[in-house]
Design a protein around this ligand. Structure first.
Ligand code: ADP
Length: 632
């Protein structure tokens, strides 16, 4: 063992001369080495293999194989090839022998007699060299292993050379560019740097090449979009403090950056929310305080009545605010739940309209409502459904200047109902449309800031809509200015009990659903179809008789609304032919004509029309006719 607790090096001493061997062993042991001895070439080869000595002290003249041959064989075996060999000789003393030995693989060649000091000094020098070599290759291996297994990109440069000596495999993954390209053109990586960061990064890189360290966060543009990296470059110095190598380490920090950004955004919104909340709470408190003071300082029955009314109004507003806050707290804690039951579309919409009335009236808006004629049944929580629609109506009222128009339209098919709330107010910029459904998010304020809120309403709406299995979209109002919110909710089958009632009543009357409009005036036909569809009917149109008959056979309408004065085949002929088609036996035919004379009515009845409407007829007239039972 040496002083460091390591085992001392093992020396294999090969010499057939016993005296010489003995002397060498003594010297070696004295110097602290462990020694094994052999006396022949073959024994040396075996011992080198089995004992793995650190160094072989090899005499050249041996009885079987000479030292040159032994050296060659030891080098030829991969297991022993790296063993140090110090060859000695008393008989081969020429310079050519030394050259031959060194070329044959010996690490040194000494001519006997060798002083013991010289021998030990030589052995030490060889062992030291081997140790340094081993350390170097181990550290190289460690470096390689680390560099190739970390996710960070490791770059190594020579000073003033833009092309790296080495870049780790993580480069290709992060940059999505081949490293072969980078090793040809050292600036290839810069091409992927985001254009807004390029100048800063190029400057830092130029200074780095000149020997300055840097640390930067910047973006690169890759297939998936923009990616954030952290890049650090520093200079490695050699023992004489010269710049020796430049090293860069680049780390993928995209996730962290995104979290940071969303935290900052959430933090900003929270601050904004607190400011708005303070403002919104203060708004009703001012008038309340004024009213109380007025009643206290100058009491009169009239003032008290006015004051109390104001206190009540403002307190209600406070209660609404606090209710919204509580709802949102429940949502964030996942505590809100819906109590589904069978509900009629008309019922919850009406209760929302009722609740929105005060604000709509206060702001002098006109509200137009169009609902499907037929009853639409849904599965949901009536209070929450009303709350959804009320929120949309209140927003429409808030974000529309006084005296505006608000329209609530509901249309249904067998799967879903679409409730649209449209206003002609300030509208929502396209880029804000996704955000407004997030908590505390606000877009534009109405110029009169009638009654802003807390940015809670739509987030609540969205959650409640999701809970009902529906979806909500925002878009421009059809007329351009203003917004439109489309709420799509699933429709359930008619509830059981009602189904029975319907079955009984259907014997006496079947309300029509499918309508075919026939009119050669394309605009008039299209307009009427539009009106009927809005009112919840499934309506189609044809612009001449032939097309009408063809379409009727495919569509099987409940009612045909047919113009009489058609080009080619007139309305009477259309009616006569339709009456003969078996599939249309239950189809009701109503004439639409510009002539209200009794002869024309008679003619149309004769042709098979059950009723006769004079153009222009209003949707109400048409609907009331459709509601009457079939008369033949
Ligand atoms: P708020 O309490 O601010 O009304 P909401 O969540 O109900 O909160 O709405 C979020 C934002 O969406 C509002 O601040 C407003 O900017 C915008 N917004 C909502 N509805 C409308 C609308 N009908 N017209 C214009 N902007 C609207």
């Amino acid at each position: 063992m040496n002083r460091n607790g390591e085992e001392s090096p093992l020396i294999l001493s090969v010499d057939d001369n016993e005296g010489a061997r003995y002397a060498k062993t003594r010297t070696l042991k004295h110097a602290g080495y462990r020694v094994i001895e052999v006396a022949s070439g073959y024994a040396a080869i075996d011992a080198a293999f089995e004992q793995r000595p650190d160094l072989i002290l090899l005499d050249t003249k041996l009885p079987d194989l000479d030292g040159f041959e032994v050296c060659a064989r030891i080098r030829a075996n991969p297991i022993t090839s790296k063993t140090l060999i110090l060859q000695t000789s008393a008989s081969f003393v020429g310079i050519s022998d030394k050259i031959r030995a060194l070329n044959g693989g010996a690490d040194n060649y000494l001519v006997e007699p060798v002083e013991s000091d010289e021998l030990i000094a030589n052995i030490r020098a060889l062992l030291r060299l081997r140790r340094a070599e081993k350390d170097l290759s181990e550290s190289q291996m460690r470096f390689q292993q680390i560099a190739e297994n970390i996710d960070d990109v490791f770059w190594m440069y020579e000073p003033n050379s833009a092309t790296p000596l080495y870049v780790s495999p993580a480069y290709e993954q992060l940059w999505e560019r081949p490293s072969s390209k980078l090793l040809e053109d050292g600036l290839d990586w810069l091409l992927a740097v985001h254009k807004d960061d390029k100048e800063l990064v190029s400057q830092a890189y130029a200074m780095f090449m000149a020997g300055d360290s840097y640390e930067l966060e910047y973006r690169i543009q890759i297939r998936n979009g923009i990616w954030w990296v952290h890049d650090r470059g520093y200079v490695l110095q050699d023992a004489a403090s010269n710049s020796h190598r430049l090293v860069r380490i680049t780390q993928d920090i995209n996730d962290r950056k995104r979290y940071e950004q969303s935290l900052q955004e959430a933090d900003r919104r929270k601050d904004e929310f607190l400011a708005t909340l303070a403002h919104e709470l203060r708004n009703p408190l001012g008038p309340i305080l004024n009213a109380v003071q007025m009643m206290k300082l100058a009491p009169s029955p009239e003032r008290t009545e006015k004051g109390l009314a104001m206190v009540e109004r403002q307190t209600r507003q406070l209660v609404n605010l606090v209710d919204d806050l509580l709802d949102i707290a429940r949502i964030t804690n996942g505590k809100i739940s819906i109590k589904p039951q069978s509900v009629k579309l008309r019922d919850f919409i009406n209760s929302a309209i009722e609740a929105s009335q005060p604000l709509i009236e206060k702001r002098n808006h006109q509200l137009i409502v169009e609902l499907p004629v037929d009853e639409v049944w849904m599965e949901g929580d009536p209070t929450r459904l009303a709350q959804i629609v009320l929120n949309l109506l209140n927003n429409a009222a808030k974000y529309t200047l006084r005296g505006g128009h608000i329209q609530l339209t509901a249309t249904a098919n067998s799967d879903e109902v679409t409730i649209s709330v449209t206003d002609n107010g300030i509208g929502i910029p396209v880029e804000q449309r996704q955000r407004i459904f997030e908590l505390f998010a606000q877009a534009n304020h109405a110029p009169d800031r009638a009654q802003d809120g807390l940015g809670i309403g739509l987030s609540l709406v969205k959650t409640l809509v999701d809970m009902h299995g529906g979806s909500i979209y925002v878009m421009d109002a059809d007329e351009g200015a203003g917004s439109r919110f489309d709420l799509v909710l699933p429709v359930s089958g008619t509830p059981h009990i009602e189904e029975e009632n319907l079955a009984i009543s259907s014997k006496t009357s079947v309300l029509p659903r499918k309508l075919l409009v026939v009119d050669d005036n394309f605009d008039a036909a299209e307009m009427l179809v539009q009106l009927l569809s809005n009112a919840g009917y499934e309506a189609q149109y044809a612009v001449d008789g032939v097309q009408a008959i063809e379409l009727a056979q495919a569509f099987i309408p409940d009612v045909v609304l047919c113009d009489i004065g058609l080009p080619g085949m007139d309305g009477h002929e259309v009616a006569r032919r339709m009456s003969l088609i078996p599939a249309l036996q239950n189809t009701r035919l109503i004439a639409l004509t510009g002539y209200g004379t009794s002869t024309s009515k008679f003619k149309s009845r004769e042709a098979g029309f059950e009723a006769h409407l004079v153009k222009p007829s209003s949707l109400d007239e048409i609907q009331s006719l459709l509601r009457t039972t079939k008369s033949h």
